[in-house]
Design a protein around this ligand. Sequence first.
Ligand code: KIV
Length: 276
Amino acid sequence: MSKFTTASFLESKRSGKKISMLTAYDYTTAKLLDEAGVDSILVGDSLGMVMLGYENTLQVTMADMLHHTKAVARGTKNALVIADMPFLSYHVSIEKTIENAGRLIQEANAQAVKLEGGAEIIDRVEALVKAQIPVVGHLGLTPQSVNMLGGFKVQGKSHQQAKKIIEDARRLQEAGAFAIVLECIPEGLAKLISSELEIPTIGIGAGRYCDGQVLVIQDMLGQYNNFTPKFVKKYADLGPQIKKAVEDYKDEIQKGDFPEERHTFSIDESVLKKLY
Ligand code: KIV
């Protein structure tokens, strides 16, 4: 299997091949996803919720993103690794934005970064692209704006909101983004944007007509049960399986059924005798 690159995103759009993306935050999971042939791995700041137990993504830091992106990059050969820029890491200045994105590429080995927002961050997207850092946009429900949006709600239902999302998507494309994540917007709106843009759209809760799809790995494997959004499909239900395995383990330890002889290491009797 060959390396999936930013160019592969554009080729996929042109040829009509749908792009598969999943989140991962650690080496072992990234290696499994890569071996399974997923096109792209997103080290999302959703790690704040599913890995670190925060209520939302606002407390995730650059240090968190660097730590998890390094682990994912070590486990990935072919998928394109995209790292989320966390809250406030691209809001202070263009210089700080390039410095932070540069660290995700240079120190943590991501191949692209993702930023939330449209018109209000266009100068930073342009600056990153000029600095040769590939950028993925993110529109619709942008979780870092949860306090401004008043909660995790579907976006783009009104004419005004929908027009702004379409305009933001155009501007991100013009600024040089090579793909845009569309989160929690009506299917019809995502279809319109996907048909207008030359760069691919990656949907999460944005319906069937995006050029690719992304899900949070813990959601699609059934491991995170605090809240399951409508758009999630569970491809496995590992939560109950993990709990059952741990219960069996505890039970066998208590009964003396684990470990068995086949799990032990032997020592020569003569060596052992001398120790008594
Ligand atoms: O942080 C994340 O996992 C994301 C996806 C939901 C697209 O941004």
